[in-house]
Design a protein around this ligand. Sequence first.
Ligand code: NAD
Length: 406
Amino acid sequence: MTVPPSGRVVIAGTGIAGATAAETLRKRGFDGEVVLLGADPAPPYRRPMVSKELLAAAFPAEKALLRPPAAWPELRIDLRTGTRIEALDPSASRVALAGGTALGYDALLLATGGRPRSLGVPIPGAVTLRDRHDATALRDVLARPGIEVLVVGGGLIGTEVAASARAGGAAVTILEAGPRILDRVFPQPVSAALEQLHRAHGVAVQTGTAVTEADEISGRTRLRSADGREWIADVVVVAVGMTPDDELARAAGLRVDDGIVVDEFCATSAPGIYAAGDVARFPDPVHGGSVRVEHWNHAQSHGAAAAAAIVGERSPYREVPWCWTAQYGRTVQAAGRPTAGAELILDGDPAGDAFLALALTGDRLVGAVAAGRPRDLRAARTLIGSGAGLPRHLLDGSIDLVALAV
Ligand code: NAD
């Protein structure tokens, strides 16, 4: 679908997918109305900072803003924060906003992201981390002297929170159900090295630990695991994954399958409605099948792709996803699917400041992880995307992916 030049595009979600889509519409010359609305009361900000910089006492929240507030009206983007869509009527091309207002659209982009997955065990006073408000609240708690923190889930949020809390002097324990922290994101040698890094910074890491019970004891929270162990802390942070916010689409009869199903042009099963970012399940150009990706960079490029599709460009989405985490001053980047390979080739020590780990299936690169080697990581994305076979003899010893990718 192409929107009429003076038409209205409504974007649901002020995260990076929605905000980038709004800006991209203008960059691509769309001159009509752009309404960017989201439940979050804050103007668009850098969500990766929620589990890192925004937890530090001295970090000013304005530094997390994606654009200065004046940039949105300058771009003629009608930014409506704190505005929730209550319902979607595809047959009338209309959304219903909280308070009873209806808003028609020529194209609608659903970039609603997700929310923290529930642990399934009620935990008194548990904290989850999704938005800037959550980060500010947790930051104030972490600032209390002598605070003890339990982090349930040793994934990206859990480990980043643990590192931020340690930097502020809190005592931290991570309770991870799986055999390793960061198991979903990094291959074993890399996650083992990061686990060591956490221990070296004084974090107690308990893997293979599923919380089954919780209660309050003298104003603190007590957690118990299935095998009877227990921990008591001042605050419990639950970070056990995310659930896509696809309810609007589901209720409106769009195709949903752990996320809103879209094609390679970000189009949903309903005409004129698109989805992008964490909430969208799209065709995986590298591995086949479909995939949902929950990383900032993907949401950014997927939002841009949706905007391009809305203005009528037919360019299938083929980005290889990548992400980064920063913990104790070490930045680790990952591309593709580093845990999916049949074989892992290491160049350098994953416990050091510079290494490259390549995940291969046969002679094909399917994923990569690196620290201190951003150019190799960029080259890895090109090679993963091209699907080209890598010559074996060039993967022994010191690997130069940049040369291989040209
Ligand atoms: P995650 O999937 O990264 O990690 C969840 C962790 O919780 C996993 O290690 C899992 O094994 C563990 N877990 C699951 N059930 C558990 C249980 N009952 N008890 C204990 N542990 C349990 O999810 P997250 O850390 O919650 O992050 C949410 C989303 O935000 C993810 O999509 C993540 O990719 C994204 N995020 C990304 C970054 C980044 O790219 N640097 C940073 C923060 C968040």
